[in-house]
Design a protein around this ligand. Sequence first.
Ligand SMILES: Cc1cc2nc3c(=O)[nH]c(=O)nc-3n(C[C@H](O)[C@H](O)[C@H](O)COP(=O)(O)OP(=O)(O)OC[C@H]3O[C@@H](n4cnc5c(N)ncnc54)[C@H](O)[C@@H]3O)c2cc1C
Length: 482
Amino acid sequence: MTGAAVEKRRHRVVVIGSGFGGLFACKHLKNADVDVVLISKTSTHLFQPLLYQVATGILSTGEIAPATRIVLRKHHNTQVILGEVTHIDLAAKTVTSRLLNEDTVTEFDSIILATGAQQSYFGNDRFATYAPGMKTIDDALELRARILGSFEEAEVAKTQEERDRFMTFVVVGAGPTGVELAGQIAELADRTLVGCFRNIDPRDARVILLEGAGAVLAPMGPKLGSIAQRRLEKMGVEIQLNAMVTDVDARGVVVKDKDGSQRRIEAACKVWSAGVQASSLGKLVAQQSDGTEVDRAGRVIVEPDLTIKGHPNVFVVGDLMSVPGVPGQAQGAIQGATYAAKQIKAEVAGKQTPEQRKPFHYFNKGSMATVSRFSAVCQIGKLEFGGFLAWLIWLVLHLYYLIGYRSRVVTVFQWFVAFLGRNRGQMAATEQWVFARLAMEAMNGNEEDRREVRGELGENAADAGKSGANQTPSPSAGRSAV
Ligand SMILES: Cc1cc2nc3c(=O)[nH]c(=O)nc-3n(C[C@H](O)[C@H](O)[C@H](O)COP(=O)(O)OP(=O)(O)OC[C@H]3O[C@@H](n4cnc5c(N)ncnc54)[C@H](O)[C@@H]3O)c2cc1C
């Protein structure tokens, strides 16, 4: 600028992502002498550990996904921008985000990149059409509609073969998410839905948990894995280990066993919870660095201070960072984001330089997974145990980390209803929840797909609009979708 006085602006931190990493970065920068701009493609802070309870009708989305803008309302130094980050230019120090057709370019002095990871289908992305993952609110609502829709289809099925297919639920991957989901589908069938149908008995549902490796909850060790396995089997879940899924289609899955033989499982409802792929923004910044690389899952192999080579102002945290010994869990993201925020605060205050940073140190607080109501497995240091006590600890910790007083109160109430009684408070599902993702994907696909979908949606969208928001999916919804 010539002639005019240039107003000196404060140090600007651009935080990308509103998950655990993004939110905790903002919380720790609240009273710092910086301006914070949080950019995220979702308008909420999603508490992913309870997604499976949304998918199985225990909680509503409101309890686990408060609006980020409202959570950060009292952070007067923070602006929230909704948009998908499409480009980061480290040389120009700009971040470009897109909301619908509108691009926004934001300048930064420091970045905290916390865009997490997505479901990985190990190169078979077409599986996603029939076996959605569970990473987002949309995923959880789609799964709820698919699970409940399958029971609806079974009720009106014309043949036993069809009925069996609709009553078979396949969960791929026996990590914490797969274990929790399989347990909840079994409880839904054995408790909540009992007596609700006239042609089927929901207790006849088969819930099959497929795992390519040789153990359930492998990262948590053999003791906790076998506790979880025994509990699931007692609930009637069929666990098949060393079972690799090699194909997925509308009517079922193909499984390859350890001996190399292949077999089919006919199942209308499939869920994918096997593997993650980091956000592509990790690779984008690594490519602009002085030699930082990404690992096979696309996570950024960061420096000891969680930055990339040659850019001490670019922090990568959470599921997107690769640090030995740090698991892809909420604590990794929270601690990484807190560390990054502290470094920025200290340096803006002139208390240290990037060269004086102490390396990031992860404090392992343990890990846990629920198996069913009143049963979980828990690992704290060398202590490993399962059962009711583990479940109580799980309950208290999850309530503690839920954002907002209202969410906690409502969640406790919903848990009372679901765990002490038989009912679940969130059993609504609509046809749109099953179709919307596929329709949007087709809309973003080639012109031919778009034409086809526009034609299809002309009728279906109008029908869905008429059907309102609080209905179970019509039998036809599941049939063509699953
Ligand atoms: C089903 C499930 C259950 C889990 N259970 C547990 C558990 O019991 N305990 C535990 O400790 N951990 C659990 N985890 C893992 C935990 O949720 C993650 O480790 C944690 O969420 C990682 O935080 P993050 O901030 O790195 O990423 P995320 O929480 O995934 O947040 C990523 C954010 O980035 C945004 N984003 C992504 N791409 C872009 C883009 N291009 N532009 C703008 N914004 C973008 C997203 O919208 C999102 O807001 C679970 C995860 C899942 C999926």
